[in-house]
Structure formats: C-alpha cells, structure tokens
Design a protein around this ligand. Structure first.
Ligand SMILES: *[C@@H]1O[C@H](CO)[C@@H](O)[C@H](O)[C@H]1NC(C)=O
Length: 131
C-alpha cells in the first residue's frame, strides 16, 4: 500500500471512531426565555451523589470553554449564584442571560484527575429574547 492510500485509510478510521464517539448521546436542545430558568439534564450520571459529575460550558461564538461544575459542585465564581446542581446532577440555571446560550456538556470522572469515563452528554441551550 502506498502512503496516500494509508493516509486515507487512517483518516477513515479516525473519522469512524469520532462518529461512534459522539453518537452515544444525542445533543439535547433546551429553549428558555431570557429571565426564566432552565434545567439541563445530565444523561450520563454514574455516581448518584454526583461526585463524578462535571459540567462544562462552551460559548459557540468565542469557542471558549468554562468549567461550571466539578465533582458535583459549582466551580465557576462568575455564575455561581445563578447555578445549582440538582439531586439528579442536572444543572439548574436561574435568571437566564442571553450570553448563557451555548453548549453544555455533562462528563463523568470516576477518579479525581483521572480520564473521562464514557461519552459526553451534550445539551444545547438557546435563550429566547423576550417578546
Ligand atoms: C459518592 O458515591 C461513590 C460511589 O458510591 C463513592 O465512592 C463516593 O465516596 C461518594 N462520594 C461522596 C462525596 O459521598
């Protein structure tokens, strides 16, 4: 096999792997008006006490990623007073701001500083402007 065929095969394998990786949980869409609240379900909870649960937020415009919750506890000081982790590890956001819109990802880490367990459980939040 020549090099370009090998490269094509590798790309195919990598792509197939990525697709099987993201297909485990479909992205859930949540739509809530500005000023309202939203509850984002964590679909991949492992430990019911939420100790394995993290929530990340990605702003789709700036592509910046912020950790909101780690080990089941709110870690983002800027939004701490509007965030709450529910008993089922879902993420509750109150008084929605337009800039809360974006991709929220629930992830499980069974060991502190260990590698991620299983797949991402993504939730896409749309904040609807009022009236
Ligand atoms: C949460 O549950 C897991 C699994 O049952 C356990 O190992 C861990 O110690 C618990 N963490 C807390 C903070 O209770």
């Amino acid at each position: 096999m020549n090099n370009s065929k090998l490269t094509a095969l590798l790309l195919l394998l990598i792509t197939a792997h990525l697709y099987t990786g993201v297909s485990a949980y479909d992205t859930v869409g949540v739509y809530s008006p500005v000023g309202d609240h939203a509850t984002l379900q964590c679909a991949n909870v492992v430990h019911p006490n939420c100790s394995s649960t993290t929530w990340n937020y990605e702003n789709r415009g700036s592509r910046s990623v912020t950790e909101l919750v780690a080990d089941g506890k709110v870690t983002d000081p800027q939004r701490a007073e509007r965030l709450r982790v529910e008993s089922d590890c879902s993420l509750h956001i109150s008084d929605l701001h337009p800039e809360d819109a974006g991709l929220y990802t629930c992830r499980q880490y069974l060991i502190e500083d260990g590698s991620q367990h299983g797949e991402d459980a993504p939730v896409l939040l749309s904040v609807l402007s009022s009236k």
